[in-house]
Ligand binder design. Sequence first.
Ligand code: SAM
Length: 365
Amino acid sequence: MSALLFCYGTAMKILIRNLPRSTTQAEVQALFEAHGKVQSCTLVMDSKTGESKGFGFVEMPKPGHARAAMKSLNGTEIAGNRIRVKKAEPKTVTPKAEETPDNARLIPETPTTKSRNVFEELDFQSTPLGDISLRRRSEPKLNHAIVYEVKLGDEFLMSSLFTESEIQLARLGLAALKSGPAYSGGSEPCFDIVVGGLGLGYTAHAVLEDPAVRSLQVIDIMQPVIGWHRQGLVPLGKALVDDPRCRLVHADFFALAGAQDNYFNGQHHDQPVHAVLLDIDHSPTHWLNEGNQSFYTSPSLQHLAEKIHPGGAFGLWSNDPPDDNVTSLLESVFRTCQSHVVTFPNPYTGKDASCTVYIASKAGE
Ligand SMILES: C[S@@+](CC[C@H](N)C(=O)[O-])C[C@H]1O[C@@H](n2cnc3c(N)ncnc32)[C@H](O)[C@@H]1O
C-alpha cells in the first residue's frame, strides 16, 4: 500500500521513511523548512527503546510548498540512507478521545499511596526459549501507576503500558471480516478466530468483546504465560478464562499454521476459521526466534490461508513501519492487504509511538 495524501484544513501531511535512526526531529524539520513553513514535525519513536523508528510526519500549511519539498527530498541521501518522502497514509488509526476508557486498561490499577515503589516478580521460569518472567511494578513517571511486564531473557515481550496496537489488531481484523463476504450480518455469533501469541491477553480480550465471535483459540508456546492467565496473575486472565468461547492452547503457532493438510484444532474440529490474528514476532523481519523466519514466505502463508474461510482475514502485528515488501508478500497469497499505522501516546517520551497492523483478506467463494 503506498501512502496517500490527506489534509488538515489546507495543510498537507507528509510521511518520511527510511531516515537514519540518528537523525533528529530538528534536522527533519530543517530539511522541510528549506521549502516553506512547517506547521508540525513529528519523529516517531520506539515505545520500548525511546529511539527513533526511522520515520516521521511533517505538516506544511501551503500545498505548493509541500509538493516542492516532497519532490526535492524524496530519494535524498542522508547519512547513507535514501529517504522516501510521500503524502501521508489516510488510514492511520489513532485512538479516539472517546476510547479513553479502553486506554485506561493500559494502567489497570488506580495508583494509591500503597502502590508507591512496588516491584514484584510474580513468576520466573526457565523454558526452552529462555527465562521468562512476569513483573508487576509501579511506574514513578506515571504517578506510580501499576504496570505488568513480561520479559523473555533481556527482551520485553509485552507491557500493559502499550496495548493500543494489540487491541487494534483484533478490531481491524474483525472489521475486515464484517465488511467481507464471510459475514451475513445475523444476530447469532458466527466467527471462529485464532490468536497467535497470548501475552497479557489484550488482543484476545478485544476479540471477545465482539458478540459476533463464536469461538476463540489463543495459541501460546509458553506454558507459564497460559498459567498466569489461569491463575489470575495478570489483569485480563480471569475474563479470558471465564469466557466459554475462549480456549487457551499450549502449542507452537508456527508449527500449526504452517503445517500442510490440517486445520487449527479448535472447538469446531477440522473446519477453517474466519480470522487468524498474529502477534508473536517483533515484525515479519525481526523474529523472536530465527526459526520463525520461514513462516513469512509464500508457501507457509499459503498453508495458513488454506486454514481460513473464503472471505476471511489474516491480521499481522509489526513493530516496524509499513513495509511494501510485506504488503506484496501478503498480496501474493491473499486477495488484498492493507497496512494500518496505529499511533498511541508514549508517556515516557511525551511523543506518539506507532506500530503497524497488516490486514490481508481472502477472496470470497
Ligand atoms: C508480544 S506477546 C503477545 C501480546 C498479545 N497480543 C497481547 O495482547 O498481550 C507474544 C506472545 O507470543 C508467545 N509466543 C512466542 N513464540 C510463540 C510461538 N512459536 N507460538 C505461539 N506463541 C508464541 C509468547 O509466549 C508471548 O506470550
